[in-house]
Design a binder for this molecule. Structure first.
Ligand SMILES: Cc1cc2nc3c(=O)[nH]c(=O)nc-3n(C[C@H](O)[C@H](O)[C@H](O)COP(=O)(O)OP(=O)(O)OC[C@H]3O[C@@H](n4cnc5c(N)ncnc54)[C@H](O)[C@@H]3O)c2cc1C
Length: 515
């Protein structure tokens, strides 16, 4: 059977794409290599404990989450805003004074960095909250570490607070990730709540999948190679579509498609899960290793945040090891020693349930980050996933949305006006699921932006050449005006290339932004 669309990969990107196609009346089949849906967002049940595949959190401010996910049905358990930092001296709480005004003094006096560091942190949060996402994505891109230094933070504060916090979120203890992405995530953290669903992080994927027509997803179907718009499974079975969408992790997409989708690099992560009758008294808070000792940089008593993560009378402790150390041999032993050093004999009684090691936790996303990479590769081949946008739950879903739009446009064929009549468009693609005017405009805009992104350097070069020629022809009489016009044009192109319709802005139908 030939499908309208074949989607390879049932992560959040593939599922979102399938959902949008289904809503538009486009039939699709999702081929998933593993034994379940969700990709990197999965949860397993083990002896009454819920173990996510790696330590993950849900930020409720993500616009895609607000638009697509029924947050109430997730029954989120929420983290306390802020974090507890473990430095040599003990445990210190850094709260968010906007949400916990009563903890302002405690936060300012905590011996983690200086008072000026904390005021700078408040200023930085204020700045990212004030600026629209599009503007944040246009900021000059540097590493997260460089961005923090430029903001004036002391090295001590960077090491004891920002490093373990963003190591956990960006899997990046080196703080190498793009400052654009850092600012975006910081905005989302400050704007909304952070939580864990009652049925585990995998409940997000389950909600998306539940809205697909029955039989849309085939698990245990590993695609070994592509032949045009046909996916060839490991056992030789061929599944063809009028459109083929590769929604795998970036490295797997590179393997299937080749040079047109370069390997985005990988950030690894590991998590050791422990069952405990006697957990540390942290409350529903993230504990950061402020001493840069590692390998564990974040500890959370998951069942304090979301009681359903452990059976009655027991607790679940997550010890997260983001970054290259996740791949070290004998990790679980080293983690056990570190936790015994932190929590004493109590940790010795914890039962090690499982260690997850995830070599490709997220794409590398070092600067310069293009947060809106091309999804349409031509001839009905598409690529989506977090490596096309930002490496996050939001980025994966947004890329799925963008791709579904591009697929619909391909299936609808060229606009009649461009080809001289409806009849001539009937060949090749599928004349079905016509797009409404608003979707078509959205799609045209998306294509124009992708073209600008792809040809940005040539366009800038042409703008400069045209300016020079005009300057020469007018004998320098209008030099200033020409220069200003050139700068304006260059800024416009730069703005489209770096911003586009920013993924952080709510898509149509999104709820109001949380204040
Ligand atoms: C440990 C960890 C912590 C994270 N923390 C956060 C966080 O706190 N907040 C946040 O927003 N994001 C976080 N992320 C990132 C987020 O989970 C991902 O960005 C997102 O889930 C990626 O979704 P995706 O659909 O692009 O890719 P994936 O989820 O990787 O889906 C790709 C799918 O393709 C399948 N596949 C691969 N090859 C084939 C093939 N040949 N044939 C068929 N199927 C194939 C895979 O099995 C997989 O199911 C974290 C990720 C990890 C691993």
């Amino acid at each position: 059977m030939r499908h309208d669309a074949v989607i390879v990969g049932a992560g959040l990107a593939g599922l979102t794409c399938a959902q949008d196609l289904a809503l538009a009346g486009v039939e699709s089949i999702v081929l998933e290599a593993s034994d379940g849906i969700g990709g990197r967002v999965r949860t397993d049940e083990l002896d009454g404990f819920l173990l996510d595949r790696g330590f993950q959190i849900l930020l409720t401010a993500y616009p895609q989450v607000r638009a697509r996910i029924d947050l109430q049905a997730l029954e989120l358990g929420l983290f306390e805003p802020g974090a507890v930092v473990r430095s040599g001296a003990g445990l210190d709480r850094l709260s968010d004074p906007r949400r916990r005004p009563s903890e302002l003094l405690g936060t300012l006096s905590a011996p983690v960095g200086t008072t000026v560091d904390k005021l700078r942190a408040a200023l930085l949060v204020g700045e990212v909250l004030r600026r629209p996402v599009g503007e944040l994505l246009r900021h000059p891109d540097v590493s997260t570490a460089e961005r923090l230094r430029r903001a004036g933070f002391s090295e001590r504060f960077i090491d004891s607070f920002w490093r373990p916090l963003f190591a956990g979120i960006q899997l990046d203890p080196g703080l190498e990730v793009s400052s654009r992405r850092f600012e975006l995530i910081l905005k989302m953290l400050a704007r909304g709540a952070t939580g864990l669903p009652r049925r585990g992080i995998g409940a997000i994927a389950a909600q998306l999948a539940a809205r697909l027509p029955a039989g849309s997803v085939r698990t245990g179907a590993r695609v070994a190679r592509l032949e045009g718009r046909t996916a060839v499974l490991a056992d030789g079975e061929r599944v063809g579509g009028r459109a083929l969408i590769v929604a795998t992790e970036g490295p797997a997409a590179h393997q299937l498609i080749g040079a047109r989708v370069p390997d985005p690099g990988s950030r690894a992560a590991a998590c050791c899960w422990f069952a405990s009758a006697q957990p540390p008294h942290l409350g529903p808070t993230l504990l950061l290793d402020g001493s840069s000792g590692g390998p564990v940089l974040n500890v959370v008593v998951m069942s304090e945040v979301q009681p359903s993560y452990a059976p009655p009378g027991r607790s679940l402790v997550a010890a997260a090891v983001p970054g290259p150390r996740a791949l070290e041999r004998g990790l679980a032993g080293r983690v056990g020693e570190q936790l015994a050093g932190w929590f004493g004999s109590m940790a010795g009684d914890w039962e090690h349930l499982r260690t997850d090691v995830i070599p490709h936790g997220q794409p590398a996303q070092t600067p310069p980050l293009d947060p809106r990479r091309r999804v349409a590769l031509g001839e009905g081949l598409f690529v989506c996933g977090d490596h096309r946008d930002t490496a996050s739950i939001q980025g994966a879903m947004f890329s799925g949305e963008r791709t579904a739009l591009a697929v619909r446009s391909w299936l609808a064929g060229p606009a009649p006006a461009a080809t001289g009549g409806l009849a001539s468009t009937a060949t090749g693609h599928l004349r079905k699921a016509p797009m409404g005017l608003s979707d078509r405009l959205k799609d045209l805009r998306s294509k124009a932006e992708e073209a600008v992104v792809e040809h940005k350097d040539q366009i800038q070069e042409t703008v400069a050449k045209v300016g020079e020629a005009a300057d020469q022809r007018t004998g320098g009489r209008y030099h200033e005006q020409i220069q200003k016009a050139g700068e304006k044009a260059a800024g416009f192109v730069e703005g489209i290339a770096e911003d586009g319709a920013p993924e952080g802005e709510p898509p149509p139908g999104a709820g109001p932004a949380e204040g």
